[in-house]
Design a protein around this ligand. Sequence first.
Ligand code: NAP
Length: 242
Amino acid sequence: MKYALVTGGSRGIGRAVCIQLAKIGYHILINYRSNEAEAQHTATLIRSAGVGAELIQFDVANRKEVQEKLGGWIEANPGKTIEVLVNNAGIRDDGLLMWMKDEQWDNVLNTSLGGFFNVTRVVVNQMLLKKYGRIINIVSLSGLKGLPGQTNYSAAKAGVIGATKALAQEIGRKGITVNAIAPGFIKTDMTEGLNEAELKALIPLRRFGTPEEVAFTVGFLAAPEAGYITGEVISINGGLYS
Ligand code: NAP
């Protein structure tokens, strides 16, 4: 049975990604950190489309927990293969560098960049054995351009972009592609408090994007036919930055 693991699949972009990957035939392993009700809702949406969905709770930033829970799931399910990994879990905790607290820096870096390492390392072995895999990392415009007030978030996402390009070269010969998607402003809980009216005036397409628009590109990169694209970063930002 072929599975796609989506970290942070309980809400926002992650939920839309789960639904999109279910549409292209994958059973979905939905990771979440704390919001079980929302994760259950994602699972219900997937199951109602006739596709299998399982929940797996762990904090991507917690190396031991990832190893135990995700490593444990892989060991306990030898008939199930994770073919697609979407490293989507992420947080932001903005502030100017001069006032940034240790925890703000550490939590944001440990979730996006640390999470990429902790989860990918556990999943990639199975892909290497099967000589097939798709790893898709959700990064950000901040990681390409840098945004003031987000040195932590920009550094974390830029770090994942570097890791994407390096890993693509390490494991390409094993039939595994590694790509990143860099969204601009997407309507989710993460952008809830932002001044949308003011910001959308800066965007050539004059609107925020939707989680489904990001998920569509994840589905594209996850498809077998996208097998010659690797080490790329695809921007989805309404023309805000290119
Ligand atoms: P969101 O609505 O805030 O959802 C975040 C998701 O990540 C939730 O499912 C949350 O789980 C999960 N999560 C957070 N920390 C986690 C951890 N330590 N371990 C496991 N899961 C964790 O965010 P979003 O807007 O969908 O963002 C998804 C990704 O896209 C992030 O990487 C974000 O940086 C990136 N992105 C977003 C935008 C945007 O405009 N929205 C733009 C560029 C990039 P719980 O529900 O359990 O809390």
